[in-house]
Design a protein around this ligand. Structure first.
Ligand SMILES: O=C(O)CCC(=O)C(=O)O
Ligand SMILES: [Fe+2]
Length: 216
């Protein structure tokens, strides 16, 4: 009994070094890059899940409307997406959401971030596609607080494949750009309302899960 209590308290108050690093990064520079947030095994499982759904033809061209919109949309972004359903997801997706939820709980408990909902979609950028520079809140809503991108590419991803996530920063003496490779297991978290970013053209298909932590 005594031991059980002790264990309970340890879990309850345990500081998480990884989450603390994310929080510090976000406060200092509005973004954080975490390598190996997902293990190679988890990436493999999620990648297979994505590819299976893609082959079943479940993905939609992102932001398509009528024919004219379609042309415009294509000149802005060329990825195909599939929204994930947390409640009805498969076992593989449960592991994904458990990890994300654990991070959200920590953020809410330690920083009073007030994250109440989340939305995530699979994304596949076919060869030659990109996503022009944008702010995620232009998309449709100002409740998006943090953007989270999780890369599911395979281990031999090389810089020559393109598809970097470029994040733009306003500095006193102009603008700076940071190029981030979409390496498997890596996640990038950034302030949705603050940082403009783009996905550079890819030369081979680029796989990811992208989502938003929202305040309402
Ligand atoms: O895949 C990425 O690196 C970023 C994707 C993105 O900016 C978006 O879907 O809004
Ligand atoms: Fe974005």
């Amino acid at each position: 009994m005594y031991q059980a209590m002790e264990l309970f308290e340890q879990i309850e108050f345990e500081e998480n070094t990884l989450y603390e690093k994310i929080i510090t990064d976000l406060m200092e520079k509005k973004f954080s890059i975490v390598d190996d947030f997902f293990s190679a095994e988890e990436v493999g499982i999620l990648r297979n899940s994505l590819l299976q759904k893609y082959e079943e033809d479940n993905f939609k061209k992102a932001a398509i409307g009528n024919k004219i919109n379609e042309v415009i949309a294509k000149s802005i972004r060329g990825d195909f997406i599939l929204w994930m359903n947390e409640a009805e997801g498969n076992e593989d997706e449960k592991v994904f959401f458990q990890k994300i939820t654990s991070l959200i709980n920590y953020l809410n408990r330690t920083c009073f971030m007030g994250i109440l909902t989340k939305e995530f979609h699979y994304a596949l950028y076919p060869e030659g596609t990109f996503y022009k520079r944008h702010l995620d809140t232009f998309q449709n809503d100002g409740r998006r607080k943090l953007s989270v991108v999780c890369y599911l590419n395979d281990e031999n991803w090389v810089p020559e494949n393109g598809g970097e996530l470029a994040i733009y920063f306003l500095r006193e003496n102009g603008e700076e750009m940071l190029n981030i490779y979409p390496l498997p297991g890596r996640i990038v978290i950034f302030e949705s309302q603050e940082l403009e970013h783009e996905v550079k053209p890819v030369k081979v298909p680029r796989l990811s899960i992208t989502g938003w932590l929202k305040t309402r």
